[in-house]
Ligand binder design. Structure first.
Ligand code: DOR
Ligand code: ZN
Length: 352
């Protein structure tokens, strides 16, 4: 039997899908991401959404101001696509290195998506321009058709929207975000090298039973919603496969405790405080710790055409208890794995 591995030192990872929010929430959550990750793709679903170069520059400043000065952290900004958005504004932001990518939310699919795209036919000109300049399109891949069962919304999106879109724009760089189904794994595996996917820590760890059996667990409600076990297993196979099309994106999405523990709770799991520990758990269980660095620190930069990070971080097999709540004087957020003990710990640069 091989010896158990107790430490893992890898290139500093990046998080390719993060919600940092704004105001007091931003101040509370930003450092949890900056502590572990060198760069993060910042989601633009604020109110109002980030749709201009000027708004993205301002938001980037607020993020940097919310992160302790000693951190080496780069927020990579995204533009929120609307039916009316101008291709020129997007191209200018990309050229000026303010926008790294654009985010497509089908209108009504999730938190703050009401200004999203009502029909991809409305953004054909934008997609054409993005394809031409090599600007990545990040997709929340769920249809919003009320007739479609919520557990099928990702698979139907692939069939009805994404497949045809890639036929029309075969060279468009696409990241199908936070995939949750074996259908998505199959689609992305079969697509060209311009198509990739991010996978969250929580979709690798839990299935829908965790949210619904023995009582409803609002802190495990996210979108796309957790699926059945066979899908989780397909995601785990993809994550540890070493296929560079699949890389890390936590979709850490904090909401206040009150907004989650209510009659109509918000979607989102706040995983940033234990993000790498959670991925390490999955890769450890799969006997694939040697594949974690590719997934976390190499395949994302390769897809985005960015250099890999030269710094390293260390994960140690050392138990830690996750706080039940993370709060400041303005708000409280319940993190993923609240109150539980995890086997792995992320070591800060100072070894604490
Ligand atoms: O669970 C989610 N939360 N999924 C999303 O797509 C959005 C996010 C949020 O912003 O809260
Ligand atoms: Zn998200």
């Amino acid at each position: 039997m091989s010896q158990q591995q107790d430490t893992l030192t890898i290139r500093r990872p990046d998080d390719w899908h993060v919600h940092l929010r704004d105001g007091a929430a931003l101040k509370l959550v930003a450092d949890y991401t900056a502590r572990q990750f060198a760069r993060a793709i910042i989601m633009p679903n604020l109110t109002p959404p980030v749709t201009t170069v000027a708004a993205a520059r301002d938001y980037r400043e607020r993020i940097l101001a919310a992160v302790p000065a000693e951190r080496n952290f780069t927020p990579l900004m995204t533009a929120y696509l609307t039916d009316q958005i101008s291709a020129d504004e997007l191209a200018r932001g990309f050229d000026e290195q303010v926008f790294t990518a654009c985010k497509l939310y089908p209108a009504g699919a999730t938190t703050n998506s009401s200004s999203g795209v009502t029909d991809v036919a409305n953004i054909r000109g934008v997609l054409e321009r993005m394809q031409k300049i090599g600007m990545p399109l990040l997709i929340h891949g769920e249809v919003v058709d009320p007739e479609i069962d919520i557990f099928d919304r990702e698979a139907v999106f692939i069939e009805r929207i994404l497949g045809p879109m890639l036929k029309d724009f075969p060279a468009l760089k696409v990241v199908l975000e936070h995939i949750t189904t074996e259908d998505a794994v199959q689609f992305v595996s079969d697509a060209g090298p311009n198509v990739a996917a991010t996978i969250t820590a929580h979709h690798l760890e839990i299935n829908r039973n965790a949210m619904l059996v023995g009582g409803i667990r609002p802190h495990l409600f996210c979108l796309p919603v957790l699926k059945r076990e066979k899908h989780r297993l397909a995601l785990r196979r993809a994550a540890v496969s070493g296929d560079p099309k699949f890389f890390l994106g936590t979709d850490t999405a904090p909401h206040t405790r009150e907004a989650k523990e209510t009659a109509c709770g918000c979607a989102g799991i706040f995983s940033a405080p234990i993000a790498m520990e959670s991925y390490a758990k999955t890769f450890d269980e799969e006997g694939a710790l040697d594949r974690l660095e590719g997934f976390s620190s190499e395949f994302g930069p390769r897809f985005y055409g960015l250099p890999v990070n030269e710094e390293t971080v260390t994960l140690r097999r050392r138990e830690q208890r996750v706080p039940g709540v993370i709060e400041n004087e303005h708000l409280s957020v319940v993190p993923f794995h609240a109150g539980e003990t995890l086997a792995w710990s992320f070591e800060d640069a100072d070894g604490s």
